[in-house]
Write a protein that binds this ligand. Structure first.
Ligand code: NDP
Length: 341
């Protein structure tokens, strides 16, 4: 067992062939041909866990599924779990909670071995509505509790409803229907307002965070309050995937400084960015539906970035947001209805 920042690296219990990892799934996950004979070896995977402010532990690295089409999500989740991931980040608004649940069941792992995180969408804010959002999410996922339930947006145009939604999360936590609660896209002023009106400090704040946008004031506010920073678009997907505006000038995946560090460690730019998050104590939830990239994004426990390398990645921050501004109400988007199960 090794210590890294506030995290612990543990060996997961050995996965036996009886864990339902078929040769096809193993090949899909690793990109390497295999057979049952090869599965006789003990598949050892390392996992790094972070301890949240309520004592619950969460695997630092998880699979994100934003924009994962439902028909590809089950396979992506299965591939990730076969590769060693034990944390999946979804959301009511991604419309693929059902397929995430299917992937977890098809992995053959116990429910309790997988950390399931999902998010309440804005149209479900309000106390009763958010309690019902838990019903919808758990029914779609096919589980009877969630590991982490967070508010997807601060929605400052209706902060009374946001606060009521958070109070519902507090109730769900008290009832044992969720193990941890948190927020997403909360800026320091949103956190301040929430903390003044509610009782339980969020465990995480999931925010846009990659080398071109590191949000130091938000990270500092999180740290001051004992809130773990969780990076969305941790490998900078928002800087290059389609649909997010022509203002984006630079693709972080093509950054020369990151490429040089990657070359020095014989790793990929994505692996360097993920290692940077982990060494700085953050949770990261890279998304992929590609089996080889799913494996690549988890293969980050066998190298270490130096203090200089970490600092040179920090220095790439452009201070420009690529995703939506959490202070701007997107009325049509916020009104999107989350279906009943
Ligand atoms: P990521 O930084 O995870 O990047 C995803 C993109 O990178 C996809 O286009 C993916 O394509 C590609 N990719 C994945 N791995 C590699 C690799 N090794 N090399 C090259 N390209 C790669 O961006 P996301 O915005 O998806 O963020 C991750 C997760 O964060 C989301 O899936 C979601 O769970 C969460 N999120 C939360 C938000 C919030 O408001 N709370 C907002 C946005 C995201 P491919 O699939 O083809 O591999």
């Amino acid at each position: 067992m090794a210590k890294l920042s506030n995290a612990t690296i543990v060996s997961l219990p050995t996965l036996e062939p009886s864990c339902d990892i078929s040769p096809r799934d193993h090949t899909r996950a690793t990109g390497r041909p295999t057979s049952y004979r090869h599965l006789d070896f003990k598949l050892k995977v390392m996992i790094m866990e972070l301890t949240l402010n309520n004592g619950v532990t969460m695997p630092a690295l998880g699979l994100g599924v934003f924009q994962s089409p439902p028909e590809q999500t089950t396979a992506a989740v299965e591939a990730a779990l076969a590769a060693g991931y034990r944390h999946i980040d979804t959301a009511a608004a991604y419309d693929n909670e059902r397929e995430v649940g299917d992937g977890i069941r098809r992995s053959g792992l116990d429910r309790s071995d997988v950390f399931i995180e999902t998010k309440v969408w804005v149209s479900d804010y309000g106390y009763e509505q958010t309690l019902h959002a838990w019903e919808k999410a758990t029914a779609k996922l096919g589980v009877d509790y969630l590991d982490m339930l967070i508010l997807h947006q601060p929605a400052p145009d209706r902060f009374e409803k946001t606060t009521a939604a958070y109070k519902a999360l507090e109730t769900l936590l008290g009832d044992g229907r969720v193990r941890a609660i948190g927020v997403s896209n909360f800026m320091p002023h949103h956190l301040e307002q929430l903390l003044a009106r509610t009782d339980i400090v969020p465990t995480v704040n999931q925010i846009e965070l990659h080398p071109y946008f590191t949000q130091p004031p938000v990270q500092a506010a999180n740290a001051r309050n004992g809130i773990l920073t969780q990076a969305w678009s941790p490998i900078g997907g928002i800087t290059f995937y389609p649909g997010f505006g022509e203002h984006r000038k630079k693709n972080v995946m093509e950054d020369p400084a990151i490429a040089a560090i990657a070359q020095a460690h014989a790793k990929s730019p994505a692996q360097v960015m993920l290692r940077w998050h982990l060494q700085q104590g953050r949770s990261a939830i890279p998304k992929s539906t590609n089996p080889a990239r799913i494996v690549e994004n988890f293969d980050v426990f066998d190298f270490e970035l130096s203090a200089d390398e970490l600092a040179s990645i920090d220095a790439l921050d452009l201070g420009v947001r690529n995703g939506p501004d959490p202070d701007v109400a997107r009325l049509a988007n916020f009104a999107r209805v989350i279906s009943e199960p």
